[in-house]
Every structure is written in structure tokens, then in C-alpha cells.
Design a protein around this ligand. Structure first.
Ligand SMILES: NC(=O)c1ccc[n+]([C@@H]2O[C@H](COP(=O)([O-])OP(=O)(O)OC[C@H]3O[C@@H](n4cnc5c(N)ncnc54)[C@H](OP(=O)(O)O)[C@@H]3O)[C@@H](O)[C@H]2O)c1
Length: 249
């Protein structure tokens, strides 16, 4: 589905991004793997098929205004262009009620989850235009879209903001064959979800499937959106949430 395509993945050092790296590599994509932890990116690359030829690494911080241009440049210099971007890096930040949340926490969470997406699109769209089109996916969440969870105001606001950004980008660039979608995973077993069994059980209970997702299940939805399998999908807030949104009991 992604054979010969060049895809940038942020947040590729663990969880959903690392699972996407494996899936996309197996599908024959050229990859630029990005995150802050370079050693972890090297480990992910070493675990992939034909790693040496088709996988570039870019260690950087998505809150750095230079990150997006530099990561796109790696794709162009290494593989000759950019066909898709899975803008997936994210953070919960320090959680707590709004009345006790300091402005630095708010700004950090918004910078990581939302402002990074604006910067990503700013450089990814022109690169995709030069190759005749492309697909951009932002990892949003069910939190702040179908459910409010206490302590997660900055995260919810930033991730919901991604949906608005997605819709505007989709109409701005649809005629250029650039599709833009938000992917809304349900609770997924990654570092972000921690390893407390009681918390996992609580989160699992929020879903119709009564379990959390494996990161590979979310990566498959991202691959659908990034590939021609999703060729008529744009501007969507696509739930991949195990029925979280329709579960009230
Ligand atoms: N797990 C869930 O239940 C769940 C549910 C819905 C949505 N999501 C979203 O899914 C995405 C992936 O999260 P995950 O669940 O796979 O958790 P994860 O394993 O903790 O992965 C988060 C990734 O984001 C990267 N990252 C964080 N801050 C960054 C920064 N400032 N600059 C560059 N990279 C940064 C991390 O890499 P470094 O630390 O190496 O930089 C890591 O690769 C996130 O956007 C998250 O909000 C997760």
C-alpha cells in the first residue's frame, strides 16, 4: 500500500509511531523516523527489514520551530521528496485541574500537540505539492472529542484543535491532491498509557471492545489514511477507538 512512497513519522521512537515504522517498512515505504531520543530511533531502525537503505533518522523536538523544515529536508535530500506524513508525536504533559495548571504546562502541551502540527503542515504541504500530492495524518484522540476526562484540559484542547486544523488544511489543499486527516485512537497500550494494570482496566472499560488497542491496530488505520486505500478520505476525524465513543456503560 505504501510501496516506494516516502513517509515521515514523528513520535517514531516508541508506541504507535514505532509500530507504524514497522508496518510501513514492511509495506515497502522509505521512512524518515523522527523523535527526540536518537538511541531509541536507532533501535527501531535496527529492528526493521532492509533498515539500512530505506530508513533515515532525524532526532529533534517538534516544539523547535526548525524541526518541521529540517525533517522535510531530510526526506527530500535522502529520498527525493515527501509523499506522506504521520504527525504523531504527542504528550499528555503534567495533568491536573485547570485551576491548578500553570501556563508553562499549558504552553508546552499545546506546542507539542498542536503548534507542531501547524509547523508540520507549513513545510509538508509545499513538499507534497512538488510531487503532485500527498497525505498528511495528525494523531488526535477521543479525549476532548467524544469524552472529557478530568486533568486533561490542555491535551484535550490541543488535540481537538488538530481537528479544526485538519478541516481547514483539507479544503485549502484538496484541489492539489493533498489529503489531510486526523486519526483518533482509543486507549492504546504504549508508554503514554503507563503500566498500571488497574489504570489499564479502567481505560479498557471505557471501550465497547472492553480492551485497549495494541499500537499496531492504530498504525494500520494510519496506513489506510496515508495510502491510496484512503484515496477519497479527507478532512475526516477518523475514530479508531474500539467503540469508546458509543459506550456509556
Ligand atoms: N496511548 C494512548 O492511549 C493514546 C490515545 C489517543 C491518542 N494518542 C496519541 O498517540 C500519539 C502517540 O503516542 P503513544 O501512545 O504512541 O505514546 P508514546 O509511546 O509515549 O509515544 C509518544 C511519542 O512522541 C514523541 N514525542 C513526545 N514529545 C515529543 C517532542 N517534543 N518532540 C518530538 N517527539 C516527541 C516521543 O518520542 P521522544 O520521547 O523520543 O521524543 C514518542 O515517540 C500521541 O500523539 C498521543 O497523544 C495516544
Amino acid at each position: 500500500m505504501l510501496h516506494g512512497k516516502t513517509i515521515l513519522i514523528t513520535g517514531a521512537s516508541s508506541g504507535i509511531g514505532a509500530a507504524a515504522a514497522k508496518l510501513f517498512a514492511e509495506a515497502g515505504a522509505n521512512l524518515v523516523l523522527a523523535a527526540r531520543r536518537k538511541e531509541r530511533l536507532e533501535e527501531v531502525r535496527a529492528s526493521l527489514p532492509e533498515a539500512a537503505n530505506r530508513i533515515a533518522i532525524f532526532a529533534g523536538d517538534v516544539t523547535d520551530p526548525e524541526f518541521s523544515k529540517a525533517s522535510v529536508d531530510v526526506a527530500i535530500e535522502t529520498f527525493g521528496g515527501l509523499d506522506g506524513a504521520f504527525n504523531n508525536a504527542g504528550t499528555l504533559g503534567d495533568m491536573g485541574p485547570v485551576s491548578e495548571m500553570n501556563l508553562d504546562t499549558w504552553n508546552h502541551v499545546v506546542a507539542t500537540n498542536l503548534t507542531s502540527a501547524f509547523l508540520a503542515a507549513k513545510y509538508q504541504v509545499p513538499a507534497m505539492r512538488t510531487v503532485g500530492g500527498g497525505s498528511i495524518v495528525f494523531t488526535s484522540t477521543f479525549v476532548g472529542h467524544t469524552i472529557g476526562l478530568p486533568g486533561m484540559a490542555a491535551y484535550a484542547a490541543a488535540k481537538a484543535g488538530l481537528i479544526g486544523l485538519t478541516q481547514v488544511l483539507a479544503v485549502e489543499h484538496g484541489a492539489e491532491n493533498i489529503r489531510v486527516n486526523a486519526l483518533l485512537p482509543g486507549g492504546t497500550k504504549t508508554e503514554m498509557a503507563g503500566d498500571d494494570p488497574a489504570f489499564h482496566e479502567y481505560i479498557a472499560g471505557l471501550h465497547a471492545l472492553k480492551r485497549m488497542a495494541q499500537p499496531e491496530e492504530i498504525a494500520r488505520a494510519a496506513m489506510f489514511l496515508l495510502s491510496d486505500a484512503g484515496s477519497f478520505v479527507t478532512g475526516a476525524a477518523m475514530l479508531c477507538d474500539g467503540g469508546n465513543s458509543i459506550t456509556k456503560a
